[in-house]
Design a protein around this ligand. Structure first.
Ligand SMILES: [Zn+2]
Ligand SMILES: [Zn+2]
Length: 347
C-alpha cells in the first residue's frame, strides 16, 4: 500500500557512476541518465529532492576508492526533499514534510554494537549513495527511521551540508575529546571543518586551522578561528585535540607532533592514504591518542541538528545547478572549496 500526494512520473533524471575511474577521465565516470522513479517499500518514504550536497565521499564512490556496492549507483547523501509518497507501515512523516536524508541509512538493530549505542559500527549497516541510490536524482527513497526533520531556519541548500559534513564534524568533535575551553586543531578546511569550527568556537573552544589553500586559510580566520597556517606547519600553541578532515595520511605525523600531552587526534575521513612511519617520542609518547571516526549514530545527527539550530550555525554553500554535478565533483577533487557545493533542483 503506497500513499501518494501528487502525480509522480515513472522516469527521472539521475546521475550514475558508470565504471569508477578518476573524475577527470574521458568519458567522465559520472553520467546523467534516466532511471525509474523508485517505489517506497515497507517502512520507506519517497522524497522529491530539493537539494543535495556534494561530499568528498561521493568522489571516493565515483573514483573507486570505495568498492562498488551497487552497479551504476547514484551518489549523494546530503539530501533535502519533501515527502511525496509513503510505503506501508510508515507513520513518522506526513506527505509534504521537509526531511533530510543522510549517509547512514540502515543498521540491524540487534547486534552488540546496535544494542550498546554504537550502531555506526554495525557490520550490517548500509549507506545512501553507495549501497543504495542517493540524491543526485529527482527522487529518492529512505527508511523513515533514518531520516531527520530539518529545522525551519535553514534554507534547502543550507541544510544539505549539515546532513553529512555537519554531522560527521560533530561526531569528530566528540571523538576528539576536546576539553572545555580547550585548543583544537583542524587539518583540512572544507565542508565538514567549516561547520565543526563554528560549533567549536560557539562553545568556547580555540580553533587553529592547518590547510594548504590560502583562500581556505582566509575563510577560517573570517569565521573566527584563532590561527590558520599550512598543513605541515608547527602549531602556534600546543593543542589539546585535533581532527583531520583531509584524506592525506602524510599529514598525520605533524598533527600528532602538534598535540600537547594527553592530546587526541581524530581521523574523520572514510578513506586515508598511508600514514608515514611514526616516531614514538615525537608522535605518540605522553599518552597521545589516535582514533578514527566512522559514520555516525542517529543520536549524533539529532543532537547536531538541534545544536546547529540553537547556536545559529551558518553553512557557507555554493549552489550548483543539478545538471552540473560532474563539474561540481571535479571542483571538489581539485580542492577549491569555500564551504560546500550543493546541487539545487530546478523549481
Ligand atoms: Zn547492528
Ligand atoms: Zn558525506
Amino acid at each position: 500500500m503506497v500513499t501518494v500526494s501528487e502525480q509522480i512520473p515513472e522516469q527521472m533524471r539521475a546521475w550514475a557512476v558508470k565504471i569508477p575511474a578518476p573524475i577527470e577521465s574521458d568519458p567522465c565516470p559520472l553520467q546523467l541518465v534516466k532511471k525509474t522513479v523508485p517505489t517506497p517499500t515497507s517502512g520507506e518514504v519517497l522524497v522529491k529532492v530539493l537539494a543535495c550536497g556534494v561530499c568528498h565521499t561521493d568522489l571516493h564512490v565515483t573514483e573507486g576508492d570505495l568498492p562498488v556496492h551497487q552497479p551504476e549507483v547514484t551518489p549523494g547523501h546530503e539530501i533535502v526533499g519533501r515527502v511525496v509518497a509513503s510505503g506501508a507501515s510508515t507513520q513518522r512523516f506526513a506527505i509534504g514534510d521537509r526531511i533530510g536524508i543522510p549517509w547512514f541509512r540502515h543498521a540491524c538493530g540487534v547486534c552488540r554494537y546496535c544494542r550498546s549505542g554504537h550502531e555506526n559500527l554495525c557490520s550490517h549497516s548500509l549507506y545512501t549513495g553507495w549501497d543504495h541510490n542517493g540524491g543526485y536524482a529527482e527522487y529518492v527513497t529512505v527508511p523513515e527511521g533514518f531520516a531527520y526533520r530539518i529545522p525551519a531556519r535553514f534554507k534547502d541548500v543550507e541544510a544539505a551540508p549539515l546532513l553529512c559534513a555537519g554531522i560527521i564534524g560533530y561526531r569528530a568533535l566528540l571523538r576528539a575529546n576536546v576539553p572545555a575551553g580547550g585548543r583544537l586543531g583542524l587539518y583540512g578546511f572544507g565542508g565538514s571543518a567549516h561547520l565543526a569550527a563554528q560549533l567549536a568556537i560557539k562553545q568556547g573552544i580555540e580553533v587553529h586551522v592547518f590547510t594548504r589553500g590560502k583562500d581556505a586559510q582566509k575563510f577560517a580566520l573570517e569565521l573566527g578561528c584563532a590561527s590558520a597556517q599550512g598543513a605541515y606547519d608547527r602549531a602556534p600553541v600546543p593543542l589539546d585535540s585535533a581532527i583531520m578532515f583531509s584524506p592525506a595520511g602524510a599529514m598525520v605525523p605533524n598533527a600528532l607532533a602538534n598535540l600537547a600531552p594527553n592530546g587526541t587526534l581524530a581521523l574523520a575521513g572514510i578513506h586515508l592514504s598511508d600514514v608515514p612511519s611514526l616516531n614514538y617520542q615525537d608522535h605518540l609518547f605522553h599518552e597521545k591518542t589516535v582514533t578514527s571516526v566512522e559514520s555516525n549514530t542517529r543520536r549524533d545527527g539529532e543532537e547536531f541538528l538541534t545544536l546547529a539550530d540553537r547556536l545559529g550555525i551558518t553553512p557557507t554553500v555554493t549552489a550548483v545547478p543539478f545538471d552540473q554535478a560532474d563539474q561540481a565533483l571535479k571542483r571538489v577533487s581539485r580542492g577549491n572549496i569555500d564551504g560546500a557545493y550543493v546541487l539545487e533542483m530546478p523549481s
